[in-house]
Design a protein around this ligand. Structure first.
Ligand SMILES: *Cc1c(COP(=O)(O)O)cnc(C)c1O
Length: 468
């Protein structure tokens, strides 16, 4: 063994190898970086040799050097590869928080690239050459769509909730129903955000029932706000009762300066009910009940970039815009560009926004897509897997429309030459990772979230796993 290890060439020798020199020159990698990676590679190989964990060529042969340099190149390539990478979502969950929620529309992408690659009038008024406001670009279109008096945008909806509480209810009481003290995605808890903001949480009612008189009794001189929170990721069923925003508005009218605010989570600008999907009211309808402020995410059902959108009464939005925190939570130009283009899509071609397109797509289209996937994979997997197309349901995800299940089409894959878990892992760790569901002893691909173009990419991945 000792002899074998001694035959491993030294770093300073390998550095002189033409393949080493040529490759770093071609890849534009410094000698220092190349050498560092080489040292790491050789150390790893030495350890593997010691542990008898090496089945490559043996040191002392020309093949060994070839292999060392190949491993070294792979090591460097891995380092220079994006860690954030495209994933094929075969789960059917349109708003998968862990997979980045909404896919942006073509128009949003085009507008975003143009604004990001050039200078823009982000904070500049072209008409008079004076300083402008970044809020101005989207406020008008947001108020057009929602019929709100005013609007503003911050980093995400969590930031919107925080800003509203801090700016309008600091050291004052905010009344919230116990049934709405939600935790979303493990990191957003209304009670924690409230505490952080300096507003004082006044819980009323019980988990399943909160009545009008609960709110009435809770209001005092210390009360700044009545807050409703959308129970985005769960549904209470059975004996439940809650007070509507409309009723809260009526109650607030009896007091001075009592703000009614609803954290909607997923704001809906498109009427999904015409497609019998969910029961979420439009923002416009919610505002027509006279509520002062609502906030919602840009990358949930709206289908745009990550953002927190606040719409409502001008008098309050003006206060929010002036608050120091607004500067801290402000969005960048790429977000504004993507959001502006997405909102324009709502005026013209809402069905082309991927989130909407994928939620309202017909079962017939999904069936054809599943057949195409079946045909692509059938010739690749041969006897290695059994494929079957079946009727399934998809969920919306992203803490949106809990309990809503939409009819969809799935392709199940039952591997015979490897375990379901192994196949699932191979798919997840391939060139373009694929995330799918497991169902009984099979993998399940819900074609709702797979595009036509991705079908051949899935084919390539299976080809790698089951080479012919
Ligand atoms: C999703 C959600 C949030 C957080 O929104 P982000 O845009 O993810 O910050 C806050 N409140 C509710 C009710 C939500 O559903």
């Amino acid at each position: 063994m000792k002899q074998l290890l001694q035959k491993i060439p030294a770093v300073h020798e390998l550095q002189k190898h033409p393949d080493f020199i040529n490759w770093i020159a071609k890849q534009n990698i410094s000698l220092e970086k190349g050498t560092q990676a080489l040292r790491i590679t050789i150390d790893k190989i030495r350890q593997n040799l010691r542990k008898k964990n090496w089945n490559g060529a043996l040191p002392g042969t020309p093949e060994f050097i070839e292999e060392v340099l190949q491993i070294w190149q792979d090591e460097i390539k891995k380092k220079y590869k994006h860690k954030l990478t495209k994933v094929i979502n075969a789960s059917g969950t349109v708003l998968h928080t862990n997979l980045g929620r909404a896919r942006l529309s073509k128009n949003a992408l085009l507008h975003m690239t143009e604004i990001a690659s050039s200078y823009s009038n982000l904070e500049y008024q072209l008409a008079n050459g004076k300083r402008g406001s970044r809020h101005s670009h989207i406020e008008e279109i947001l108020t057009d769509i929602t019929h709100a008096e005013a609007a503003m945008v911050v980093n995400n909806n969590a930031a919107a909730v925080y800003l509203i509480l801090k700016a309008l209810a600091w050291q004052k009481e905010v009344v919230v129903s116990r049934g709405q003290l939600v935790e979303i995605g493990g990191s957003f808890r209304i009670s924690a955000i409230m505490e952080e903001s300096g507003a004082i949480l006044k819980e009323v009612g019980t988990t399943n029932k909160t009545h009008m008189y609960d709110y009435e009794q809770a209001i005092s001189e210390q009360t700044a706000m009545l807050m409703k929170v959308h129970t985005s990721n769960f549904k209470t069923i059975g004996f439940t009762e809650s007070v509507s925003a409309k009723q809260l508005v009526q109650l607030a009218k009896t007091q001075q300066n009592l703000i009614v605010y609803e954290d909607l989570g997923s704001g809906v600008l498109y009427d999904f009910s015409i497609h019998q999907i969910g029961e979420e009211p439009l923002i416009r309808q919610i505002l027509s009940d006279g509520i002062d402020l609502v906030s919602f995410s840009g990358d949930k059902l709206l289908g745009g970039p990550q953002a927190g959108i606040i719409v409502g009464k001008k008098k309050y939005i003006d206060q929010l815009k002036k608050h120091q925190l607004a500067r801290v939570l402000r969005v960048d130009k790429m977000t504004i560009a993507a959001l502006e283009a997405t909102l324009l899509d709502y005026m013209q071609t809402p069905e082309e926004i991927p989130v909407i397109r994928d939620l309202i797509v017909s079962v017939d289209v999904l069936k054809k897509r599943a057949e195409k996937l079946y045909n692509t994979l059938f010739f690749i997997v041969k006897n290695n897997c059994t494929l079957e197309i079946m009727d399934i349901t998809s969920t919306v995800g992203g803490g949106t429309m809990p309990g809503t299940e939409i009819p969809s089409i799935g392709l199940t894959i039952q591997p015979h030459t490897l375990s379901v878990e192994t196949l699932r892992e191979r798919l997840r760790t391939g060139q373009i990772p694929i995330v799918c569901r497991a169902w009984k002893e099979r993998l399940l691909f819900d074609v709702r979230t797979i595009t036509e173009e991705e079908i051949s990419l899935i084919g390539n991945q299976f080809q790698e796993i089951f080479p012919s």
